[in-house]
Design a protein around this ligand. Structure first.
Ligand code: NAD
Ligand code: MG
Length: 405
């Protein structure tokens, strides 16, 4: 599983076990936080592959800094730019979807899946197929193809570790526990940028307002998804898929301070809560060092100074995404892939100004109703998932156009 490398020179004769790591979505928020942790202890890692899309400067800078074998941009039109930026460094430059999959097939012990959206699914599957431990920030993989991801991991003896803060929290609360004793799982939600906004006010929400999160510093898409609660909707489905609990066992609790990330309720009435600062380096570091814990550069909470934590029930009228997630879990099959693709397309519509903020949930609802059952009931394979994804994107675009016309 590990390559042996010299950490401090031939003469000292000391050897360390180096972990081979790859980071997909390296230029994004999760990718950069992962690099922050790895760069602090570079002697412990052999960096195999880094991937990005449009931010070539950051991709090349980090690939050189970390001594990666290969840097891949998903955008084929940027290859010559990447080659120029890597010239003379010894890092191989590559571009496009095939190159991304090839990079994911390169042997690695630990792979961070931090591409945003359904685009993260195929590289994650390839990483699992070569037996790597997959640290899964890309929740869309489980929403679109939970069964396929879990089966691929099992068939290849690969491990799947959650990185989403709620799921890392649940995972940690379950250490040493028996799933048969679990009564319920509660995932918390900050409520996002519009926690206290009325329905009328939500109709006026602008892109700039939706792109600013009160507690977390994240990529723009997940930040807007937090404001619309689509992020929580994806996470409910992610919880069901990853932990194998029933939809009725999953609850959402609004917790504005974002310090408790999740709670697990057991049959004796106990609730185990995971408490920590809103810093993704905790969940990333836990997955990186699992099954051990190592010191991490995150804030230590002073609870006496914080004083109080508050909670409230989520409002499903203002947040239809939560209701839609329940419908998707009930429908099953490939409806998660349809839901996610419709959500991604509606989000594009909000970002480019063709859809209002509440319009996103309306388009997702319309798309779920418009898809032929044959797409949802197709057997779960990567091809069928990607096909359902494409069909749903077309249907969502048609729903957006219909509203605009
Ligand atoms: P981000 O937008 O900051 O970064 C996304 C990364 O994916 C970038 O490297 C980008 O270049 C790459 N990318 C974008 N489109 C691509 C495509 N079509 N093909 C290949 N690469 C592409 O996003 P983020 O906030 O880091 O989120 C990444 C994933 O982690 C998402 O699935 C998100 O839901 C999940 N997540 C993020 C956070 C967070 O704190 N940011 C927390 C929990 C889960
Ligand atoms: Mg989360």
């Amino acid at each position: 599983m590990f390559t042996i490398g010299r950490s401090d020179g031939w003469l000292s004769g000391k050897y360390t076990l180096k972990q081979r790591v790859s980071i997909f979505g390296a230029t994004g928020s999760i990718g950069q936080n992962t690099i922050d942790l790895i760069a602090r202890d570079l002697a412990s890692y052999d960096v195999v592959a880094l991937s990005g899309a449009s931010n070539i400067e950051v991709l090349a800078r980090d690939a050189i800094r970390l001594g990666a074998d290969v840097a891949v941009t998903a955008d084929e039109t940027r290859l010559s730019e990447l080659c120029d930026a890597l010239a003379g460094s010894g890092v191989v430059a590559a571009a496009g979807q095939t190159a991304l999959i090839e990079a994911a097939c390169r042997p690695a012990d630990w792979v961070m899946s931090a591409i945003v959206g359904a685009a993260g699914l195929a590289p994650g599957i390839s990483a699992l197929q070569q037996g790597a431990t997959l640290a899964l920030a890309n929740k869309e993989s489980l929403v679109c193809a939970g069964g396929l991801i879990l089966e691929t991991a099992k068939a290849n003896g690969a491990r799947l570790l959650p990185v989403d803060s709620e799921h890392s929290a649940i995972f940690q609360a379950l250490v040493g526990e028996d799933m048969a004793d679990v009564e319920r799982i509660i995932i918390t939600a900050s409520g996002g940028a519009f926690r206290d906004w009325s329905l009328e006010k939500l109709a006026t929400a602008t892109l700039a307002q939706a792109s600013s999160h009160p507690n977390w510093d994240m990529g723009q898409r997940i930040t807007i998804d937090s404001a619309s609660m689509f992020n929580k909707a994806l996470e409910i489905i992610e919880t069901k898929e990853y932990f194998g609990v029933s939809p009725a066992q999953i609850e959402v609790l609004v917790h504005p301070e974002s310090l408790i990330h999740a709670l697990v309720g057991f049959r004796d009435g106990a609730l185990m809560a995971h408490v920590g600062p809103p810093d993704m380096r905790h969940a990333i570091g836990y997955a990186l060092h699992w099954p051990h814990r190592k010191a991490l550069p995150v804030e230590r909470l002073d609870l006496a100074q914080i004083g109080a934590l508050t909670f409230r029930a989520p409002d499903e009228v203002r947040w239809p995404a939560l209701r839609l997630a329940r419908e998707v879990m009930e429908r099953g099959g490939l409806s998660g892939a349809v839901f996610n693709a419709a959500k991604e397309t509606a989000l594009d519509g909000f970002i480019d100004g063709t859809l209002s903020f509440p319009g996103m949930a309306e388009v997702v609802d319309a798309t779920l109703n418009a898809i032929e059952p044959s797409h949802i009931d197709a057997p779960m394979s990567l091809d069928n998932v990607m096909n359902a994804d494409q069909v749903a994107r077309s249907a969502a675009r048609a729903a957006i156009q219909k509203r605009a016309g």
